[in-house]
Each structure stands twice: as structure tokens, then as C-alpha cells.
Design a protein around this ligand. Sequence first.
Ligand SMILES: [Zn+2]
Length: 104
Amino acid sequence: MAPNKTKAEDEFIAKEEAEKTKRLKVQLEEQHSEEQRKQTKAVCYMKCPKCGADLNEVTFRGIKIDRCLNCDGVWLDEGELDKLAGEEDTSRIGNIIQIITGKV
Ligand SMILES: [Zn+2]
């Protein structure tokens, strides 16, 4: 320890270094997570979550939905189910959609 440094200064510097290391670690974890998200999206984007085949965007009742070219599964983005149900829809399918979305 340098003769003109106090114990308080050493502790302050050590604390600053620890916080700097912690911030750097968080930053690296965020970069890693972001990179993982990009890789996952590159592999999975517009792929059927059930069979892995390509999805094709089709318009149904004015809403663009994703349909699998292999298994004919239909996948909806956030909010599309609500749009299909409609706010005033009291039909059987509308009731089923409300049950699925928890908006009974
Ligand atoms: Zn499929």
C-alpha cells in the first residue's frame, strides 16, 4: 500500500472495481442473451413450432395469420386471436377464443 493512501481509499477503490466488474459482467450477459435471441430467431422465424416446416402468411377474415405448409397448423401472433374473436362476438368460436385468452 502506498504510504499516503488510507484504508478508506483502498476500500473505496476496491468497491469501485467490484462494481465495475459487476457492470461489465451484466453487460456481457446481456450481449450473450441478445446474441442467443438473434440466433434463435434466425433458426425459428416463420417455422412451424409443431413440425418445423415453413410457415406461409395467409389472410383470414382480414387478419394475416401464419399457416404451416406441411401440417396445416395455424399460428397467431399476439393480438390476432382477439381480432378474430372480435369484441362483440358472441358466436360459439368467439366464446371459445374468450375462454382460451382468459377474457370471459
Ligand atoms: Zn407444421
